[in-house]
Design a protein around this ligand. Structure first.
Ligand SMILES: NC(=O)c1ccc[n+]([C@@H]2O[C@H](COP(=O)([O-])OP(=O)(O)OC[C@H]3O[C@@H](n4cnc5c(N)ncnc54)[C@H](OP(=O)(O)O)[C@@H]3O)[C@@H](O)[C@H]2O)c1
Length: 306
């Protein structure tokens, strides 16, 4: 059997990373290497990937030197980064090393929703990294995705979220809830990404992977149908969001910025993602019309069993 090209998935034990690594292993077009911090070697997602054939490499990206990173990346054809959002700056050294050792395609950690510069701090950071990748001259693919169904659905009990504040915040309905936004099942982020990184058409392109578009009014219907028919919904305005943003920090601030982009400005749609000022995305659904999209209704039934 001919040797498969190698893909390294940084953050491969994480939510996005394991979705991608699993799909890559399933499709068998790459040998998959996953660097994980020594403290994560026995994490269930790491154990699962190892069992499925991933090569797990103990590696602490944050504490690593350029030489250690170079040793790790040498020989890789494709490098995919799906690291935690607080460590995105670590990607600058990844890009330098990837260029030095001749990586053919670098996929930075985007996997967020579509949007312009200047609305979300986290998105701006990611756009800075995209600029750095482009300037480096290495091959790349930038992948954004719809907002995960796992975060779009409104919580009807506390067990449905690991962030206590999200129990109520998930039921804030902005300006009547008629703006549509693109969503995707987290598992389909990996399915799309595995196709995208093996596809010559997506080299040096920006791709938007999405499942469907949905409004908050539709999300309320799912919450009432499958969760709790009497669940309380909180109507909110743009001014409310501004004051939340002023008082929020860490993950809640990131979430508020996403809410602003998606539900107030309506930035996160396939139509917008394709615009030049949003990066001129290729539509993953058009590239892979055979890909079976998981419907949000199916996931809602699963989600509201919790
Ligand atoms: N579209 C959406 O709806 C959506 C939703 C959420 C996130 N995202 C985006 O998806 C991307 C990946 O996020 P994620 O939520 O999938 O990541 P994650 O699961 O939180 O973290 C990924 C990996 O980073 C490592 N890590 C975690 N905390 C760390 C720390 N403090 N220091 C160093 N490494 C640490 C862990 O790897 P090891 O321990 O194995 O080393 C972890 O498995 C981000 O760009 C994020 O913005 C998009």
């Amino acid at each position: 059997m001919a040797t498969l090209p190698t893909a390294i998935v940084f953050g491969g034990s994480g939510l996005t990373g394991s979705s991608i690594a699993n799909a890559l292993l399933e499709r068998k077009e790459f040998q998959v290497k996953v660097p994980v911090r020594p403290s994560s070697l026995d994490k269930p997602s790491t154990v699962d990937l190892r069992q499925k054939g991933a090569i797990i490499i103990p590696f602490d990206l944050v504490g690593s030197t350029a030489n250690e990173l170079q040793e790790l990346i040498t020989g890789a054809d494709t490098v995919i980064s799906a690291i935690v959002w607080e460590q995105l700056h670590q990607q600058y050294k990844m890009v330098d090393v990837a260029k030095k050792v001749g990586v053919k395609r670098f996929v930075p950690c985007d996997f967020g929703t579509a949007g312009r510069r200047g609305v979300r701090k986290l998105h701006d950071l990611k756009l800075d990294i995209r600029d750095y990748v482009k300037a480096s001259g290495i091959g790349y693919t930038f992948i954004d995705a719809g907002f995960w169904y796992q975060l779009l659905l409104m919580c009807t009990n506390e067990k449905q979220t690991s962030y206590p504040w999200l129990y109520e915040d998930s039921r804030y309905v902005w300006n009547g809830g008629l703006v549509k936004t693109a969503g995707i099942d987290l598992r389909d982020v990996g399915q799309f990404s595995a196709r995208i990184v093996a596809d010559p058409r997506t080299l040096n392109q920006y791709v938007f992977a999405w499942g469907l578009e949905v409004t908050q009014q539709e999300l309320v219907k799912y919450a009432r149908k499958y969760g709790d028919p009497n669940v309380e919904i909180f109507p909110k305005s743009t001014d409310d969001l501004r004051s939340f943003i002023a008082g929020a920090e860490d993950m809640r601030l990131v979430y508020c910025h996403y809410q602003h982009s998606m539900w107030i400005l309506g930035e996160n749609t396939i139509e917008k993602a394709k615009l030049p000022e949003f990066g001129g995305a290729l539509d993953a659904r058009e590239l892979y019309p055979d890909m079976k999209i998981r419907p949000i209704g199916d996931y809602a039934r699963e989600f509201y069993k919790k």
